[in-house]
Structures are given as structure tokens and as C-alpha cells.
Design a protein around this ligand. Structure first.
Ligand code: CTP
Length: 415
């Protein structure tokens, strides 16, 4: 496929290098057209090297080839990223001051804008009107991601992640012109890893959770267009790019972070392995071996059940007019025993916790924890049958996120 990649003059231009790589690695022929302003952020040499094609932003280069006509006509797809407020305005009003805007006017195929700008600029009535105009003419304009912006400010205005833009671009050429990423505009909070409950300054009670499943879920949610908050307890893997990370250690810290993050979240996924108990007392100093050889005794106290509390708060709050209730997803690590099998325990837990979906893992010391593969069953409170998902943690996460997308976007209200 022939792709024209227009690069606008914003700090996020550097992220477009990764998008270009995604296109070229998938075998597409990419011509990059940077605006003059964008070359202050990323130089043309970068685009030439990564695309393997010459780069120009002037209509007066290679005039004999009438580049803007050729590029506009030949392109199977035009992607503009970052689409600045200025570029959106120029495109909406049909200006033709440089090679990129000329090419946009000559476009015959689908056009995708991936905006990035400060929140105030994105929310300004002028930008809103320009976006509406472009959409009404059939162009796809992605919603920007929410998060930290160039300065100390944060809010909607971040360039969507390269994978998100890539997926949207591919969906657009496949004719899904009404294509919306399943979690576009949604805020998804995900807890991951295992909490650690300190005994003294050097020791803690922990668990085997590696955080891999939670991180894979965060990536899948991010790629589905969501703004992701990752509440990261202890993890063996680094958090992914493009998500907001809130580090926590103990169950009580996770509870505080979860309640705060849930307040405006559309979805909360509790994939963290939360310690059910914590030591009653935390010693300020290292607990020493005692001379009398007596065995030390550790007394434990129950931790709050965060998932249950989230469900109770959600039920109290209800849904706003015309809105869907927050969707809450729990995880269950079950081994099964002589009293019941894994699924029976899962069903009982789903009803006890009151969450909408429960992802049931079959665990054992050699299963799940720290492994790259997983096999889960998704149980739904709405009563629809159990759904199995097996594969790498990435594949399982994609299945869980796509199920969440279906639940959120279904027309009927949730039970
Ligand atoms: N969870 C929680 N707060 C806790 C314990 C667990 O929010 N104090 C959440 C987990 O993140 C997970 C779900 O509850 O989403 C199930 O956790 P699990 O430990 O498997 O279940 P328990 O409630 O501990 O039940 P049981 O001890 O009977 O297995």
C-alpha cells in the first residue's frame, strides 16, 4: 500500500518515527511529508532514513513531477500525525500553502488525522468546528489520548500511541469508515502485580504475581484507544509506554489509589494479586533472632476487599443520565479442591464480589504466575455463558479487552 505520512509541527513528531516503522515493517511504501514547522522537531534526514524515500515539504521541489498531484492521487491512505490545531484548521478550510496541504486537497483515498495539542486548543470551539468539518467530509479524526502533555499540564491532547494510530489506519483502509477503536475516549484503571505487606524494614509478605497479565491488559486497553491508569504493585516487568503509572506497595495503598482512580473511570480491572492479610504490627526496626530460641509468631489482620468496595461504591453512585454504569472486572486465582472445582469457585466468587466480569485463572505453582501463557474463563454476571481464552498473556488480554469493549458498547443496559 502507498501511504503518505504527513507530519505536523508538534513535539509528538518524534513518536511518528515509531509509526513510520510500523508501516514500513508491514511492507508499505511510505512517503513522509513533514511541514516546515515539524522539521524543527524532527529533521528530514530521519524521515528519509526510516522511510527509504526522499523527503520534501515544498511544492517547488521536482516541479516537473507535480508532486502534490501525484502523491495525492497515488496514495491509498494519508495519515497526518501529529495533526496540530494549525494543520486541522488548514485542512478544514482547504488551504494549500505547502506540499502537505496541497496533497490533502488532491487526496482520493481515506485520510486519517491523529491530533496532538494542549487540552485548551483541542477543546477550543474553533478546533471543535474544524474537527466536525473534517469528519463531515469523511475524514477520520482520532480522539487524542488523555495524559501528561508537553509541560506540567495534563488532559486530552496527547498523540495516540503509534500502535493505536496504526490499527485505526488499517481499519480505515479496510472500509470501516465508521471505525471507532472499541475503547476510544474511555478511561480504564488496571491494577497489576502483587502487593507487599511489610513486617519490618527488610521483610515483607508477598506473592508470586509477576504483573505480566496486568501489563498485557494495559497494552491491550491502550491499543484499543483507552486512556489507561496502571496501579502498579510489585511487578517483574516494566510498565508499558503510553499509560499513566501509579506505583503502590501495600493493599492499603492500592485501595487508596484504586478508589481515587475509579472515581472517573469507565472500567476498573482488578488484576493485581492483593494480599488478603497484613501483619498486625510493622516493626520499625529489624526483627532480631531471639536468644531464648522461641519461634516468633506473626499475627495477621484482614485487608479490605478492594474489589468489593469498588462495586459497592459504583452501585451507590449508579450511572449518569444516558451513561453506562462503570464496568468492574475481577480476577480469580483458583486451585480447586475436594469441595469444588475451579469454575464452581469462580461462579461463587463472581456473585460474592458483585463485579460484572470475573476472569478465572487456574493456578498452581507451575501455572500462571510468571508464565507467558495463560488460559482463562471469563464469567459474566449478566448470565451469558462462560467464554474461554487461551494463549499468550497478550492474546488473552486482547480477548478480555475486546469482551470489555463489547459490554461497554452493547445497546442494552447491563444487568
Ligand atoms: N481483591 C481485592 N482485594 C483484596 C483481595 C482480592 O480487590 N483484599 C481482588 C483481586 O484483585 C481479584 C479478586 O479480588 O480481582 C479475587 O481475588 P482472590 O484473592 O482470588 O479472591 P479472594 O477474595 O481472596 O477469595 P478467596 O480467598 O476465597 O480465594
Amino acid at each position: 500500500m502507498r501511504i503518505v505520512l504527513g507530519v505536523g509541527g508538534g513535539i509528538a513528531a518524534y513518536k511518528v518515527a515509531s509509526l513510520l516503522r510500523l508501516f514500513t515493517e508491514a511492507g508499505h511504501h511510505v512517503t513522509v511529508i513533514p511541514t516546515e514547522a515539524s522539521t524543527r522537531f524532527v529533521g528530514t534526514a530521519t524521515w528519509e532514513a526510516l522511510s527509504g524515500n526522499p523527503v520534501s515539504n515544498s511544492v517547488f521541489d521536482d516541479v516537473h513531477q507535480v508532486n502534490h498531484v501525484r502523491l495525492g492521487h497515488e496514495a491509498d491512505l494519508i495519515v497526518v500525525a501529529p495533526a496540530t490545531a494549525d494543520l486541522l484548521a488548514k485542512a478544514a478550510t482547504g488551504q494549500a500553502g505547502d506540499l502537505l496541504t496541497n496533497t490533502l486537497l488532491m487526496a482520493r483515498g481515506p485520510v486519517l488525522f491523529a491530533p496532538a495539542m494542549h487540552t485548551e486548543m483541542w477543546q477550543h470551539a474553533a478546533t471543535r468546528a474544524n474537527v466536525e468539518t473534517l469528519r463531515s467530509r469523511g475524514a477520520a479524526v482520532l480522539e487524542p489520548a488523555t495524559g501528561r502533555l508537553t509541560g506540567a499540564d495534563s488532559g486530552p491532547g496527547r498523540l495516540p500511541e503509534p500502535e493505536v494510530i496504526y490499527d485505526a489506519a488499517m481499519a480505515l483502509v479496510q472500509g470501516q469508515s465508521d471505525f471507532q477503536l472499541p475503547l476510544a475516549g474511555r478511561i480504564v484503571t488496571i491494577s497489576a502485580g502483587g502487593t507487599r505487606e511489610p513486617l519490618d524494614p527488610v521483610r515483607f509478605l508477598g506473592n508470586r504475581s509477576s504483573g505480566k497479565q496486568g501489563v498485557a491488559l494495559a497494552v491491550a486497553a491502550r491499543n484499543a484507544g483507552a486512556t489507561v491508569r496502571l496501579l502498579a504493585a510489585h511487578m517483574d516487568v516494566p510498565p508499558p509506554a503510553g499509560v499513566e503509572v501509579v506505583p503502590v506497595e501495600t493493599a492499603l495503598q492500592l485501595r487508596e489509589a484504586a478508589l481515587a482512580a475509579a472515581a472517573d473511570s469507565d472500567v476498573v480491572i482488578m488484576s493485581a494479586a492483593v494480599a488478603d492479610f497484613r501483619p498486625t504490627e510493622i516493626s520499625d526496626t529489624k526483627i532480631k533472632k531471639r536468644d531464648d530460641h522461641a519461634d516468633p509468631v506473626i499475627t495477621l489482620v484482614r485487608n479490605p476487599d478492594i474489589l468489593r468496595e469498588l462495586v459497592e461504591l459504583r452501585n451507590l453512585k449508579g450511572a449518569g443520565a444516558g451513561e453506562k454504569q462503570q464496568l468492574i472486572v475481577g480476577f480469580a486465582a483458583e486451585t480447586g479442591d475436594s469441595q469444588g472445582d475451579v469454575l464452581a469457585y469462580g461462579e461463587a466468587k463472581l456473585h460474592r464480589k458483585g463485579c460484572d466480569l470475573l476472569v478465572v485463572n487456574h493456578v498452581g505453582t507451575d501455572k500462571v504466575f510468571g508464565q507467558d501463557h495463560n488460559s482463562v474463563v471469563i464469567l459474566a454476571r449478566s448470565g451469558s455463558g462462560p467464554q474461554e481464552a487461551t494463549g499468550t498473556k497478550t492474546e488473552v488480554s486482547a480477548a478480555i479487552i475486546s469482551r470489555i469493549g463489547l459490554e461497554l458498547n452493547s445497546v442494552s443496559p447491563r444487568a
